[in-house]
Design a protein around this ligand. Sequence first.
Ligand SMILES: [Zn+2]
Length: 319
Amino acid sequence: MESASVGIDLGGTSIKLGVVTPEGDVIARSEIPTPTGHPREAVREISLAVKKMIDSSGLNPLRIGKVGVGTPGVLDPQKGVVRSAANLEGWNDVPLRDWLQEDLARPVRVMNDANAAALGEIRFGAARGLTNLVLLTLGTGVGGGIVLGGKVIEGSRGLAGELGHMRIEMGQPRPCACGLFGCLEAYAGGKSLLKRLHETLADDIQEISLLQEKSKRETLTVEDLFWAAGEGDGLMIRIVDETALALSAGIANLLHALNPEMVVLAGGVSRSLLLLEKIREYLPDMALMAYMENFQLCTSGLGTDAGILGAAAAVEDLA
Ligand SMILES: [Zn+2]
């Protein structure tokens, strides 16, 4: 009987792999730099890393069954094809599922990384036991995954859940990396927060921000911004406030559209307690009361293994 699956978290700089038990324990793990060669060669390298990890797990390889992959970019989830991915150079129409199946002789499922993360939260994380969840990943950009009735919503072309590009600002919308204006990502992505941090410091001629001095010595991060806001830096609090308002508007829209039991915030930006506090304060004024009953807003419960666990959770109903 199979007693574990393989989860692969395919990132632009590194690839994390794990052997995951049905209980969500990662019993073997490995990490390789993302191969940069021709995609077929790159996939062979990934397969080799999977085989090595399986050998080192101590489990009989026959007891390690399916392989799940969470990948960035635009996918055809039915065919397991990566159509394009900004962080994976040359990956255009790559039949990732078929190539991995060929190399590994195991059933493979390829899923958008944020969708996989949403399943991971339901199976092993903050939303364990729930069936209706929306996940927002607040990293450099903003991604999303929607699970309704226990199933990931992929949409007609596998493009559902791109929640970072919901429009949340009509008045003076900021430009988004996608080319549109007023997207949630233009307010709640790490890149946008840093952009606004630098704009604010450039305007701050009285040098009233705690970060003015530091900005002359080193490259500031989102963590610096949150630290300064936590210390009472008014200019930084204003940026966190704007971010919280944008996220509250986005979450309120999601509540009215999907009526989830939980929204999970993941990624670096979600680690700010002040941000979370402010969203909890603003949200009830933006959502109808009926949607707030039994609703929970949480941060990810999966930590650094989120990608591996999500990918492994994605193979559960794979025949
Ligand atoms: Zn956008």
